[in-house]
Write a protein that binds this ligand. Structure first.
Ligand SMILES: [Ca+2]
Length: 555
């Protein structure tokens, strides 16, 4: 054991843990810290390194990471604490690991830090996994839990031996749709995608110091805005990631926000005549389900044949007219309709696809409600989000009224924001050429991010690379009934990370994957996980809760 003036040192002597804290020229020790070992805090101005010892080995973590080691402009990073979390610590399902907290400092002194957490397992599998955020980020992604979409019964990536890490993306949100932080350019650029590389580069430095070795693979996983981030790393930092898992990405960030704001206008129009209450919407969705559920061969509460549902639309509309008013029908049709811009946004796109309202995606369920709490409150979950994006990420004025947003008048700002924030670039040749693999997954029951956006992007990729060539490095799976994180119908679970890892490391392409429902009420149902545009069709016999009773059907 050594304690120097320039380091904080902690020693764990098997059963008994000690904490040593540097205090001037002497060390202060406290014993019997059984749960965790505090290695240091960053209050000392002299510290250069954290020396971390545990029962079997010792590790070093740098207290500071210079800006020169981070590939985009920062003022460097500092580590605020490093703690060994023992495998037998209460509630720890991750095995023994070192939990490192720190911050990457901005160039602009008015910009917030990027706060991050890096988890370093003592038994490392030589791979690292970056977790994306969600919503407007702004909360620390601790990455010490399972990722969305994995089986909750499976070990976390950290327990599997991955270094895992995440950040708050470079701001702290005061409320879920707080966007005022975006008025700072560096904060907005960080959120858009800069922070992804800054955080990854910082994590790499910590990994190098800790293990004295570089990772064999760098992976990324994220959903929703984290899915947008997943596509951003593929598109912007293509040679720095070997494998990426992307769930229901908000890849059309800017046009989606404007479309969601438009939808809020439609709900509020004529004093809220077109507002649909949660009770009424339940009837709407039950009607759609009743008419389309059986198109896949079995009435199991899941519309798997979304193509048949599309063909059924006129019949469905006829039936809905017996349930809701014309004004409410108009609301549904507005949500389902694409929004066209009179000019190209990033990557030449000028259309935001509508929601799959008539294919069974519930616009309001117990988890998320797009219509808001009352006719004129304009508090639908996506309208609030869209309004906040327009105000502070597009117009850049927190006092701006986003209602009836004039897209022609604000063209330049919209295009600028689209180029910064959207993740729609189909030219991912550099990712392919570097051997990168991408798994895309979207639920057909997504309430708030239309799967059509992901289909459109996938089709663009297919046009660019050819379907067969694309299949060598991109797989796109649709999950019938699956919502955005949670839904009342289906909550997916599969070993996506394992599939990605096999693909990257052993060039073993994912096949015959199974997806398991993890919903409370219907836990354990399975279906084949099928590549778009295929969907599971019931054979006509056999257990309707078993993947083996379904074949792959195509429209
Ligand atoms: Ca069905």
């Amino acid at each position: 054991m050594k304690i120097s003036k320039k380091s904080w040192t902690a020693v764990s002597a098997f059963a008994t843990s000690c904490v040593f804290m540097f205090n001037g020229n002497s060390a202060v020790a406290s014993t019997n810290q059984k749960d965790s070992i505090v290695i240091a805090t960053s209050s000392s101005t002299n510290q250069k390194d954290f020396k971390v010892y545990d029962a079997s080995s010792n590790f070093t973590i740098p207290a500071e990471i210079p800006a020169s080691k981070i590939g985009l402009p920062t003022s460097g990073a500092t580590i605020s604490s490093a703690i060994i979390v023992k495998s037998d610590e209460k509630g720890n399902l991750n095995g023994e690991y070192c939990k490192v907290l720190g911050a990457i400092h901005p160039v602009d002194k008015n910009a917030p830090d990027i706060n991050f957490q890096v988890n370093l397992p003592v038994k490392w599998n030589s791979k690292i996994l970056q977790y994306g955020g969600g919503g407007f980020d702004g909360a620390l992604v601790t990455a010490d839990n399972g990722y969305y979409g994995q089986m909750v019964s499976d070990p976390t990536p950290l327990a599997q031996g991955y270094v895992t890490f995440g950040s708050d993306s470079g701001h702290v949100n005061s409320s879920y749709w707080d966007s005022k932080w975006a008025l700072n350019d560096e904060a907005l650029n960080n959120f858009a995608s800069d922070q992804l590389k800054k955080t990854k580069d910082t994590a790499l430095e910590i990994v190098h110091a800790f293990y004295k070795s570089k990772p064999s693979q760098v992976y990324f996983v994220g959903g929703s805005n984290g899915g947008r981030e997943a596509l951003k790393v593929v598109q912007r930092f293509p040679t720095e990631y070997n494998g990426v898992i992307c769930y229901f990405p908000v890849l059309n960030w800017v046009p989606k926000a404007i479309t969601d704001s438009r939808n809020g206008d439609a709900v509020k129009a004529n004093n809220g005549a077109g507002w649909i209450s949660p009770e009424q919407y339940k009837l709407v969705n039950q009607t759609i389900l009743g008419m389309d559920d059986g198109l896949d061969g079995v009435k199991d509460g899941i519309i798997s044949n979304i193509y048949g549902a599309e063909k059924n639309k006129d019949e469905v509309l006829k039936a809905l007219k017996n349930i809701v008013s014309d004004a409410q029908i108009k609301t549904l049709e507005t949500f389902a309709s694409p929004m066209k811009f009179n000019y190209p946004l990033a990557n030449g796109l000028n259309t935001m696809p509508g929601y799959p309202v008539f294919k069974g995606a519930p616009l309001a369920d117990m988890y998320l409600n797009q219509f808001g709490t009352a006719p004129t409150t304009r508090d639908g979950v996506m309208t609030e989000s869209g309004d906040a994006v327009i105000k502070n990420m597009i117009v850049r004025d927190d006092n701006f009224n986003p209602e009836n947003f004039d897209t022609d008048k604000w063209r330049d700002k919209i295009v600028q924001a689209s180029e910064l924030l959207d993740a729609t670039n189909p030219d991912i040749s550099a990712f392919k050429n570097n051997g990168g693999k991408l798994i895309l997954i979207h639920g057909a029951g997504d309430q708030i991010v239309t799967f059509q956006g992901t289909i459109d992007y996938y089709n663009q990729l297919a046009n660019k690379f050819g379907k067969d060539s694309l299949g060598e490095f991109v797989k796109f799976y649709m999950v019938p009934g699956n919502g955005h994180y949670n839904s009342e119908t289906w909550n997916m679970g599969s070993d996506t990370l394992g599939a990605l890892d096999q693909w990257v490391v052993n060039n073993k392409s994912p096949e015959n994957l199974i997806v398991t429902d993890q919903s409370e009420k219907t836990k354990g149902r399975t279906r084949p996980l099928l590549e778009y545009p295929a969907y599971p069709e019931y054979k006509g016999s056999g257990d309707v809760n078993s993947a083996g009773s379904f074949i792959s059907a195509t429209p």
